[in-house]
Write a protein that binds this ligand. Sequence first.
Ligand code: UDP
Length: 331
Amino acid sequence: MAVLVTGGAGYIGSHMVWTLLDHGEEVVVLDDLSTGFRWAVPDGVEFVEGSVGDKSLVSGLIAEHDVDAVIHFAGSVVVPESVENPLKYYQNNTCNTRTLLETVVQSGIDKFIFSSTAAVYGEPMTSGPIREDAVLSPMSPYGSSKLMSEIMVRDAALSSDLRYVMLRYFNVAGADALGRAGCSAADATHLIKVACEAALGKRPSMTIYGDDYDTPDGTCVRDFIHVSDLVNAHYVALEFLRQGGLKFTANCGYSRGYSVKQVIDAVKKVSGRNFPVVSGPRRPGDIPSVIANAHRLMSRLSWQPRHDRLEEIVRDALAWEEKLSAQKQSA
Ligand code: UDP
């Protein structure tokens, strides 16, 4: 029996593959390599290049590898890009997830774990931590594409044997502490990766997008979760489904926030390097404060954070960034 990981050559998916291997699981990776890397898939893991929307390909590999659970990461994840090219997001995230669900249900697979996002909430009504029962009102095509997928998963489960866990990610950052995986995307836009690149001189400076928000230091506040804790949440979700769990939706964060300025200070401190930081205008669509209420994940799935320190997240992200530089030099 194997676990199918879609998007397993990407940032979060590749960490998931390592965690599954660490638990002695058989893994099959399906990835179209649009943003992932073939080399990110560990040696010995079955890798198939292709789309989750390719029904015959997916049903074939489910049968061939005796897949009993699907963890679905594959998708497009850049919010500003989704505003410019919404139909790409509705195709890659919504339409392809619909086809994947159809294949999964028709193949008789009953365990499905879906990568969702805090973007399904849009601008929260309150400034405090967001609970799962908050209003769902996405502000970007990315968030809408994921919310539509959540609805499809829910409805498919109502009309079939499908059981599911949907995990809504807050700000995922960091890298595997053993240096086996990390965020390798070119043209990074995410704060911690951008700051690490600036610390290592890969970019001359970085910009703070707005320092006049109604937050303690004027910059936006986010709930940064270490990628290893995030994938561990998926592993406990898999156990929940294997033990007969029916359905579960939960936030993935630490119920606390750090500001953009605090993150930049942490990167300077951990790296021991100063770098130029420029104050710029607000980035369209940014919400001042986004913090998870992660109580449900901890209480119902007995998930325990193990890497909940900003310095640790930054340390691991920096180490991976250094590794990428070394790889480039030796190539
Ligand atoms: N940010 C920034 N400079 C950068 C990248 C990000 O000031 O070079 C800010 C961004 O405006 C937001 C926060 O950092 O307030 C987190 O942004 P990111 O893109 O990492 O994640 P998001 O919360 O948008 O998913």
